[in-house]
Design a protein around this ligand. Structure first.
Ligand SMILES: C[S@@+](CC[C@H](N)C(=O)[O-])C[C@H]1O[C@@H](n2cnc3c(N)ncnc32)[C@H](O)[C@@H]1O
Length: 279
């Protein structure tokens, strides 16, 4: 399973990496909120879980400065190679990289002042294991911060795409939107806060953030997802090229509903969770 997840994200790695400008613009404020919740100081040591192509890694590295350091880990070796490239290009020398499953402990490198995870925790089949690993990796008083997708009802672009993709695959049975390892696995009210509390964290907080996608049109959003949105790419992967094309076209038509006076604005809600390892 873990191997399959790594392979799936390897396939989306190049797309996620080349979409970095779009992702950066989309998540700019949410990432700033994450950094603020992590209470980073110059010199801090940070573990960046599921780091992807390293967009937030660069922000973290800048926040901790040359006397701090960041360990960026991800389950996909290919996406982490892109992260290495982006970090080098930015001239940052305080980041190290390691291929790792966020659900596995990282004792060798501990302790960290903060463990952060932007849009990765919900893909863990056992978020409890990831939170326990992060807890052990933190120093007492250290901060855990994660951004995950929020309520499916407030993420209609994603739910529309999933629905259309499943229809084209002929997957008719109903599935829980909150299924383990899925995009909304941590979106149910109180779920992530409950897991954090159960893992022994204190000062547990969770807030919803409206983080809309602002793009020229629905086609631009679909172009982003078809190159980098691994969960939706994987639903369509078994189809032949023509059938896939038809699914992407139907998604684009359905998503045109979000065009308004201000251009195309795709609603999106994220959940920002934060907690402290008790002393
Ligand atoms: C949506 S991307 C987010 C990447 C990056 N944090 C960002 O915000 O740009 C999700 C990332 O989670 C990683 N991932 C998925 N499951 C993982 C796991 N169990 N352990 C570590 N990384 C995982 C994927 O390889 C991918 O890079």
């Amino acid at each position: 399973m873990t191997h399959a997840v790594a392979k799936a994200w390897d396939r989306a790695a190049e797309g996620w990496s080349s979409s970095t400008p779009v992702i950066h613009a989309w998540l700019r404020q949410a990432t700033a909120a994450m950094l603020s919740e992590a209470r980073l100081r110059p010199g801090a040591r940070v573990l960046d879980l599921a780091a992807g192509a390293g967009d937030q890694t660069k922000d973290i590295a800048l926040a901790v400065g040359p006397t701090g350091d960041v360990l960026a880990t991800d389950i996909s070796p290919k996406i982490l190679d892109f992260a290495r490239g982006h970090v080098e290009e930015a001239g940052l020398t305080n980041v190290r990289f390691a291929v790792a499953d966020a659900q596995q402990p990282v004792h060798a490198e501990a302790p960290f002042d903060a463990v952060m995870c932007r849009l990765g925790l919900m893909f863990c089949m056992s978020p409890a294991a990831a939170l326990a690993g992060a807890f052990k990796a933190l120093r007492p008083g250290g901060r855990f911060v994660a951004l995950v997708f929020g309520d499916p009802a407030n993420n209609p672009c994603i739910t529309t795409m999933l629905q259309v993709a499943r229809k084209h695959r002929g997957l008719s049975g109903s599935v829980s939107p909150y299924a383990d390892g899925g995009l909304f696995s941590l979106a149910a009210p109180g779920r992530l806060a409950g897991l954090l509390t159960a893992a022994g964290y204190v000062e547990v907080a969770a807030q919803s953030l409206a983080v809309p996608f602002e793009l020229p049109d629905a086609a631009a959003y679909v172009a982003f997802v078809r190159s980098s949105g691994s969960p939706i790419m994987e639903v369509l992967a078994p189809l032949d090229a023509r059938a896939r094309e038809s699914a992407w076209r139907e998604m684009e038509e359905a998503l045109e509903q979000f065009r308004g006076d201000q251009g195309w604005v795709g609603p999106n809600e994220l959940l920002l969770a934060s907690a402290t390892r008790a002393d």
